[in-house]
Design a protein around this ligand. Structure first.
Ligand code: GLN
Length: 498
């Protein structure tokens, strides 16, 4: 049964439909896997009872021939910043440690309506602010690649590191992450799986606890591109509850088999600004190799320039902090969040202050303070408004480049997964400045991007590349991703397991 955990969603669906396996046995095997990799800390909570009940319901549907979709009976994970009805949703924070929503986020509801089995809530950086999954109150998520022991391991990436690990190890077939500046693609890259950041507005944000509303999107983590399509087809599409949801009906993506695909004539751009002094030589080589490969398969590959890329980190940082300052205002210990019980709290103001200083970590507090500073009447024009203008320039870089090419090929991250001990020496700001360099611009422009694992580095860590396309180009983006995936044949971690 364990072997089934490494196949793809379509095949699982076939095996379930032909009664070769059952939903309950599949969920049992997945739950066992969570035990096996327990100390890697992928999950904040394994929702064993929920999963078992859902598996029973799924099994009955298969018996009665009433299956809901190809995700019926398929174990999935949900990052713990998506609201889940009657299941605690903590954002890995003390502030929301006791928060149990009364409703499901739209994406969660759509997965459940498709019959997927919720295996658990996965670990993240507090409130998704980070790129390592290193500062959850539940401890860091430890990458399985290069793992020596609990003091000597590589980060899983972040902030959706728990989701990435759950997929990498075969605990689940797919997971939801969120992506504001790279949090789905970054851990996908470090863990050697596929990570999609869809077009802004294509997938509903309703019920995703906001970080930066103007950039947040639910992301999808899977082992294969086909699996990513299966999940995307289930969660994408207009949602009236999300005012930024695109009012266009979604057409399900169907990718042909690899042998029916061609990339002849595809125009691929290599943005020179994504070459950064911190880019590792091995990733640079992989980037060149894949560019050459695409060319040898009939694509035209040309260098393009996106001159405002280098301003993205600073600009993102300002906008992020401003939106964070405003979003976090709701956590006051009264309406939402941790309420201190100290007897000497004699005023409401003191209650707010104590609640926020006790229950937010330093990263969140810093972002709130800096954001409020940028938003002061005397600073607003100079910082916030200026950053919005730069954001427009970064976004225009993308619009201009689509006049020449259809897709961009870049690294996802500048290095392979850093060692935990080295990573945590840096401040959160410095961590993000380096880790998000290649991923943030797509969030600034709202365009879709996908990280695809390519090969292992000399020291056995995943190297991944990113494809970026114009708005709503997911069908083409994922087709090219599948094409590359089929040729490079990345040695998935899961293949080592059984
Ligand atoms: N590292 C970035 C930040 O901390 C991006 C986080 C994310 O995409 N959720 O803001």
């Amino acid at each position: 049964m364990e072997k089934v955990l490494k196949i793809n969603i379509k095949t699982v669906n076939k095996l379930l439909s032909e009664s070769v396996i059952t939903s309950q046995a599949l969920t049992e095997a997945a739950l066992k896997r969570t035990e096996k990799f327990k100390n890697h800390n992928a999950f904040i909570a394994v929702t064993e009872n929920v999963a078992k009940d859902q598996a029973v319901a799924s099994e009955n549907r298969f018996k009665e021939n009433k299956i809901l979709s190809e995700l019926d009976g398929v174990p999935i994970a949900v990052k713990d910043n998506f609201c889940t009805k009657e299941v605690a949703t903590t954002c890995a924070s003390k502030m929301l440690q006791n928060f149990t929503p009364t409703y499901n986020a739209t994406v969660v509801q759509r997965l459940l309506d498709s019959g997927a089995v919720l295996l658990g809530k996965s670990n993240l950086d507090q409130f998704a602010m980070g790129s390592g999954t290193v500062d959850s109150i539940y401890g860091p998520s430890k990458n399985v690649w290069g793992y020596q022991d609990d003091t000597n391991f590589h980060i899983s990436g972040g902030s959706s590191g728990g989701s990435a690990l759950a997929v990498t190890t075969g605990m689940v077939f797919g997971a939801l992450g969120s992506d504001t500046g790279g949090s789905t693609r970054n851990p996908a890259s470090y863990c050697g799986i596929v990570g999609l950041k869809p077009t802004y507005g294509l997938v509903s944000r309703w019920g995703l606890i906001p970080l930066v509303n103007s950039m947040d999107v639910p992301g999808i983590l899977t082992r294969t591109v086909d699996d990513c399509v299966s999940v995307l087809n289930c969660v994408a599409g207009f949602d009236e509850k999300d005012s930024t949801s695109l009012q266009k009906s979604y057409r399900k993506i169907r990718l042909p088999p690899f042998n029916k695909m061609s990339i002849k004539g595809l125009k691929v751009g290599i943005p020179v600004e994504y070459y950064n002094e911190h880019l590792s030589s091995e990733i640079y080589e992989a980037w060149n190799e894949v560019a050459n490969l695409l060319e040898s398969e009939g694509a035209t590959v040309e260098q393009v320039s996106m001159p405002y890329t280098e301003h993205s980190i600073v600009c993102y940082s300002i906008l992020n902090q401003c939106e964070v300052a405003s979003n976090m205002a709701r956590y006051d210990g009264i309406e939402f969040g941790y309420r201190p019980t100290d007897p000497d709290i004699e005023s409401t103001e003191k209650l707010f202050a104590t609640s926020r200083s006790h229950a937010f970590n330093e990263v969140v507090r810093n972002r709130i303070l800096t954001g409020n500073y940028f938003l002061l009447a005397r600073n607003y024009e100079k910082h916030f408004n200026q950053a919005l203008k730069v954001r427009r320039l970064i976004s225009d870089d993308f619009h201009n480049v689509w006049e020449k090419v259809q897709i961009l090929l870049t690294p996802t991250t500048l290095t392979t997964a850093p060692k935990y001990q080295d990573f945590v020496q840096k401040t959160n700001r410095d961590q993000c400045a380096l880790q998000d360099y290649c991923t943030q611009p797509a969030n600034m422009a709202g365009v879709p991007a996908v990280s695809v694992p390519i090969k292992l580095s000399k020291d056995g860590l995943p190297i991944s590349l990113q494809l970026i396309g114009r708005n709503l180009s997911e069908p083409m983006l994922l087709a090219v991703a599948k094409y590359i995936e089929s040729i490079v044949k990345f040695p998935h971690f899961i293949n080592k397991l059984c």
